[in-house]
Design a protein around this ligand. Structure first.
Ligand code: AP5
Ligand code: MG
Length: 218
């Protein structure tokens, strides 16, 4: 099963993608997590990506595509994956479609997690992220068992550098101009599914699993 998660920054793509990956035994591939791991480890890629990410801008397609194509070549991707934060531009979506069709393959679902901008800033301010495993929590809506420590891997939780309110506003802008057009793109491919991301985490997940079980048409 090959799934793409769509949605604004803070819509809950990462939260849901991790749950989908666990339930269906497929890898969760987040370009944002991969960039952040590279920044943490001080790699060349990380240094380049950080300058864009800290401003709320997108990392150039060329850099992102190289990274993701390498990831797809890994063995664990052969039975599918859930993509979170990629594709994020029409050229990225076209490159992905091309790469898949060269292997006679295609995506199964593009799931759009719909959350209005007004709800986003609030979520970002309370978000805590694990840079070791990509775990995502919220101090109110999705707290960890032990404060500041990742439930999944025991890593230390941080407030992301790009979660400052002014950077969040810029990321929302970038989302509306560069990423939102993907909704139309995947509607055209007839694989778009929409879920209401303002519901609580478990309800959103129920809506997604109903779609993946094939019991929802919309
Ligand atoms: P990325 O890491 O992908 O960030 P994003 O798209 O801005 O999305 P977020 O991770 O901020 O939000 P999310 O939807 O995953 O929400 P989450 O589950 O955490 O990208 C970061 C940067 O990297 C980009 O700005 C760009 O520079 C670069 N980049 C990455 N990919 C790229 C690409 N392909 N091309 C170019 N550049 C790229 O949830 C948010 C919060 O809300 C959490 O605290 C969570 O606990 C809480 N929450 C989740 N669901 C609910 C709910 N239902 N109710 C209440 N709270 C909830
Ligand atoms: Mg995320």
């Amino acid at each position: 099963m090959k799934i793409v998660m769509l949605g604004a920054p803070g819509a809950g793509k990462g939260t849901q993608a991790k749950m989908i990956a666990e339930k269906y035994g497929i890898p969760h591939i987040s370009t944002g997590d991969i960039f952040r791991a590279n920044i943490k480890n001080g790699t060349e890629l990380g240094k380049k990506a950080k300058t864009y990410m800290d401003q709320g801008a997108l990392v150039p397609d060329e850099l992102t595509l190289e990274l993701i194509m390498d990831r797809f070549a890994k063995d664990d991707c052969k039975d599918g994956y859930v993509l979170d934060g990629f594709p994020r531009t029409i050229p990225q979506a076209e490159a992905l479609r091309r790469a898949l069709s060269e292997k006679g393959d295609k995506l199964d679902y593009a799931i759009n997690v719909e959350v209005p901008d007004e709800n986003i800033v609030n979520r970002m301010a309370g978000r805590r992220a694990c840079l070791s495993c990509g775990g995502t929590y919220h101090i109110v809506y999705n707290p960890t068992k032990k404060e500041g420590i990742c439930d999944a891997c025991g890593g230390e939780l941080v407030l992301r550098d790009d979660d400052k309110p002014e950077t969040v506003a810029k990321r929302l802008d970038v989302y509306h101009t560069q990423t939102q057009p993907l909704i139309e793109f995947y509607a055209g491919e007839k694989i778009l599914k929409e879920v209401d991301g303002t519901k609580d985490v478990a309800e959103v997940f129920d809506a997604i699993t109903a779609i993946l079980a094939g019991s929802v048409d919309a």
